[in-house]
Structure formats: structure tokens, C-alpha cells
Design a protein around this ligand. Structure first.
Ligand code: AMP
Length: 145
């Protein structure tokens, strides 16, 4: 299965972004409202992500500094050095990279533009669906359907 297939099947098709300069509180509100674990920091004009902020970053700052961090800019807590993938990458490879590097989000870039964000949940769900279809196909073959 390819990353492009996972993007097609996602319930939220838009790439969730917060603009650079937004507060950590605004990012937290978006994570909560959209029920996701991470957002891309990007002005949306160039399509180039400046970074990513995930719930892990926000919880880390909350633990260290308390609720005052919600007034900070996302720029201060985001991860700037992004590991990205492309629509034609295999989902299983993306899962391996996420597991090795211990994060759960991967921006998808095509021709230098951000076209999506996949989470480890998206990839695992897609893989389980694929395995279940394969199991059904094998069962049908054995039963002679
Ligand atoms: P996560 O497990 O995705 O909540 O992220 C754990 C940490 O890795 C956080 O500090 C994120 O900002 C960072 N992170 C998440 N995704 C990526 C990525 N694709 N490339 C680089 N860092 C990331």
C-alpha cells in the first residue's frame, strides 16, 4: 500500500495548519477541535512547512513550565527539522521510520509542496484493513468462492 492511498482514505482531507506566530494555545485548540495529535506550522502560501507541533510538544512544555506556555508562539516549541515522505512511498516503510525515530506523524511532500499529514494511526489502520482483505481473499480461495 502507498501513502497516496492512505491520504485518499483519510476522513479529514485538508492538511491542518497553524500559521507561524500562532500561540501554543491556538494549536492546542485545533488539536482538540479536530481530534488529531499534530499540526503543521505553515503560512499556507509557499506550501513549505516551517515545522510541526504535536501534543507531545505541548505536554512537554506544560510539564516544564505550566499553563503559561500556552501563550508562547508555536515557533518556540515546534520541531523544525522534519522527516517527510512522498505519496509514492510504501506505507510499511513510513511505519518503520516512525517507529525507529519515535514519532507518530509524517508530512507528505510532493514537488516541494505539502500535500498531507499521515499519523501512525492512519498507517496502522490502512495496514490492518489491507491484512483483513488479504485474509478474506485467502479464505474465499480456500472455500472455493
Ligand atoms: P509525536 O510522536 O508525533 O507526537 O512527536 C514526538 C516528537 O517528534 C515531537 O517533538 C514532534 O514535534 C516530533 N515530530 C513529529 N513528527 C515529526 C516528523 N515527521 N519529523 C520530525 N519530528 C517530528
Amino acid at each position: 500500500m502507498l501513502v497516496s492511498q492512505i491520504l485518499k482514505d483519510k476522513s479529514i482531507q485538508e492538511v491542518l495548519r497553524v500559521a507561524p506566530g500562532s500561540s501554543v494555545g491556538e494549536a492546542a485548540e485545533m488539536l482538540s477541535a479536530k481530534k488529531v495529535g499534530g499540526v503543521i506550522v505553515s503560512d499556507g502560501e509557499s506550501g513549505l512547512p516551517a515545522g510541526i507541533v504535536t501534543e507531545r510538544d505541548i505536554v512537554r512544555e506544560l510539564g516544564k513550565r505550566g499553563a503559561i506556555c500556552l501563550e508562547d508562539k508555536v515557533d518556540d516549541i515546534m520541531t523544525c527539522e522534519l522527516v517527510t515522505c512522498e505519496p509514492n512511498d510504501r506505507a510499511i516503510r513510513v511505519l518503520q521510520v516512525m517507529t525507529e525515530k519515535r514519532f507518530r506523524h509524517m508530512p507528505v511532500m510532493e514537488d516541494g509542496k505539502l500535500v498531507g499529514l499521515v499519523s501512525i494511526g492512519d498507517v496502522v489502520k490502512a495496514r490492518l484493513d489491507e491484512l483483513s482483505s488479504q485474509a478474506d481473499a485467502l479464505k474465499n480461495m480456500i472455500m472455493g468462492y
